[in-house]
Design a protein around this ligand. Sequence first.
Ligand SMILES: [Zn+2]
Length: 388
Amino acid sequence: MTSTLITNIGTLVTNDPSCPGLLGLVEDAAVVIDGSVVTWTGRAAEAPAADQAFDAEGRALLPGFVDSHAHLVFAGDRTAEFNARMSGQSYTAGGIRTTVAATRSASDAQLSANVSRFITEALRQGTTTVECKSGYGLTVEDEARSLRIAATYTSETTYLGAHVVAPEFADDPSAYVDLVTGEMLDACAPYARWVDVFCEQGAFDGDQARAVLTAGIERGLTPRVHANQLSHGPGVQLAVELGAASADHCTHLTDADVAALAGSATVATLLPGAEFSTRAPYPNARRLLDAGATVALSTDCNPGSSFTTSMAFCIAVAVREMGMTPDEAVHAATTGGARALRRTDVGHISPGARADLLLLDAPSPVHLAYRPGVPLTAAVWRAGVREL
Ligand SMILES: [Zn+2]
C-alpha cells in the first residue's frame, strides 16, 4: 500500500472530541492516509514521512459528507409539478405516484445509470457516503430490483416499500401493508440493511407504520422512519420506541417528541431541501440541539420534493433558516449522518477512520455557509482513493 501525507492544511476538521471545539479543529495540520484508512493526524510540523505528499495549500480539510437520506432509484422527473408548486399549488404525498409509473417502465440499465449519475454528482460535491432507498417500485419485483441496483453502489440500502400505498391497492391499503410486510419484504430483505416507512397523513398511519417496521426488524433490518414531515403525528415516538437509528424530517414536533429524541439514541435527521423545494416551514434545529438531541443533515434527494445532491446547500440553508451555527451544520452533515447510519468508520478524521476526505477550495469550513451556491470542492478522497 502507498501512504500519502496531506500537509499544509489550514484548518483540519477532525470531529474528534479530544480536539478543540465541536469540530475538533487542528490548525496548520497534516493527515496521513495509508491504503483506505487514516493512520495519523496532527500538526504539520510533527508529521511522519510518507511515500508521497499532497500540498493542501492552506485550505480546509473535512471528513467527506455522509448523506444518510436519499431516494436515488427512480426514472423521470417532476419539473412540471415543481413549477406548478412554485406557482402556488401545495405539496401532498400523492405526487410520488408519478415517479412510480416512470420507474416501473424504466429498464434496469436506465435505473442503474441514474443512481450512478447521482452518486457521482454527490461525490463531486464532497459526499463520500450515501444512503439509498427503494420506494418508487411498489411491486415485489420493482422494489427488489430497486434495492438490488442500489446495493451495487452503496451498502446503506433501505427498503421503503411503504413509501405510499401502491395505486393498485388504493381501495385496500391494509392488503398493501400485508404485501409490504410479507412477500415484498422477503424479496427485498437480502438487498437491504434498513427498513423505512413514510408515516404521514396520505401515506401510512401509526399502526401501519408499526407493522411495517416490526416486520422488518424480525427480518434483521434496522428501522428508520420518515416522521412528522407534513404534520404532527406518531412517527417520532414510534421511531424512538422501536430503537430506530433515525427519525427523518422532524419538521412538526411536540415538546414530547423533542424530549423523546433527546432521551434516545435516535438521531433527528433534518432535510431542509424538502422544505426549500416545497416552500414549507423549516424544522427548528435549535430546539432539538438545545434539548440535547443528535442532529443530522441530509439531502433527501428525490425527484419530487428535494431534487438536490448538495450537502453544502443543506448546510447553508440550515445555518440561515434553522438556527444552526456553521460548526453545528458541518458537524450534522458529517458525524451526524454517520450516527444516523450507525457508522463509526466515517464522519470523522482520526486514525482508523476510512480515508473519506473533502478538501475545500476555502480556508475554513464556515465558507460552506458563508459562500452559498459556490462550488468549493478542491479534491475528494473516498476510501483513500483520490476521486477528483
Ligand atoms: Zn425521504
